[in-house]
Design a protein around this ligand. Sequence first.
Ligand SMILES: Nc1ncnc2c1ncn2[C@@H]1O[C@H](COP(=O)(O)OP(=O)(O)O)[C@@H](O)[C@H]1O
Ligand SMILES: [Mg+2]
Length: 343
Amino acid sequence: MNIAVLAGGFSPERDVSLTSGSLIANALVDEGYDVCLADVYLGIEIGNDVKELFNREKKPVHKVTHTVPDLDALKLSSGNGEALIGKGIIELCRAADVVFLALHGAMGENGQLQATLDNFGIKYTGSGYVGSLLAMDKDISKKMFVGAGVRTPDWMHFSAGDASVCDIEAKIGYPCVVKPCSCGSSVGISIVHDRGELETALAEAKKYEDNILVEKMISGRELTVGILDGEVLPAIEIIPTEGFYDYQNKYQAGKTLEICPAEIDDDILESLKEQTKLAFAALRLSGYARFDYIVDAQNRTWCLEANTLPGMTPTSLLPQMAQAVGMSYGQLCAKIVSLAGKK
Ligand SMILES: Nc1ncnc2c1ncn2[C@@H]1O[C@H](COP(=O)(O)OP(=O)(O)O)[C@@H](O)[C@H]1O
Ligand SMILES: [Mg+2]
């Protein structure tokens, strides 16, 4: 079976994705698949026979640096202009039995790529284009959560130009969290405690996107919950050694304690299970996903967001959850492949 693993892409999270992609590709090789790994943005050279690109060779593993990649520089050096799908990618995907989406952020996670693949009748892993789009936009997701009875922190949404500090102070208050609406990996996110910090945070979020969300900060324990083929996986508690779960704490080794399975009361666990199933259905997701929560002092669970293409290195959260129920990294990758096309 030929699997095309798509990674990279024109996204601030491209480094993380290239790491996940190379590791997924290697795990799938070990599981007996013929695999081709490609950077969806940079494209791939197709020789005489596209099928020759699929093989059982191990791919070099990409390392995540501690800074967000410079996309302007990448655009200039690639010469791709506005094209998000590089040369040869569609041809490669058409030759694959399944496309494994190892992308994070932007067009990999917002449904654009899924819609393109649908139009070519190509099977891919994870959610379809509608679910991906609903989950990518934190404002839309939160509206769907509210409609489905999934508890989510109060928030305001606006275009960066229309942000009124006074309005935010009156409706949300401090401390609050400023986020670009559709980024991930905590890119552009700040927790703020006063007007000065709020103004700086709004300017920071605006660098990434014009759509901004300001949310009430919930103090409590941070938990993340995975779902795979309809089953909720064990929760993980996330405890950064310093600050909140930002880009550096997410991707630099030793910066965050991850307790799997989380040591939590049964009533919290039950609530997380129920809320995760509701949230998954509300956003019309398929295959697998991961949801981020804060649990407050009253044991109430607050859903922050859905991740339709969660981190997939062997030490990432979802693979750890799978491990906790006896599923190896390779088995998890193979399971995700087997769910492709079941929408
Ligand atoms: N409302 C909130 N209250 C407390 N912490 C938050 C809140 N929103 C976000 N955070 C912190 O910021 C991190 C990233 O926010 P999240 O909404 O999950 O976006 P991302 O898509 O970047 O992961 C969370 O893991 C959490 O540590
Ligand atoms: Mg998150």
